[in-house]
Write a protein that binds this ligand. Structure first.
Ligand SMILES: [Zn+2]
Length: 55
């Protein structure tokens, strides 16, 4: 699974394909973080998020 994260707010949302509710969550995430640096990464990398985001 992949997640979309915002480096500025240090928040992320899971990305589930073919999931209508999730697509709305992603849309809301995009709105909330418009203009922020976001990136889609693998879930495995989220395990290290706290570390490479500076805790
Ligand atoms: Zn943000």
């Amino acid at each position: 699974m992949k997640v979309k994260l915002c480096f500025k707010c240090k928040q992320y949302v899971p990305i589930r394909e073919n999931d209508y509710q999730n697509s709305k969550e992603i849309l809301a995430f995009d709105r909330a973080h418009a203009g922020h640096p976001t990136q889609i990464v693998n879930e495995e990398e989220v395990a290290n998020l706290e570390r490479w985001m500076g805790g």
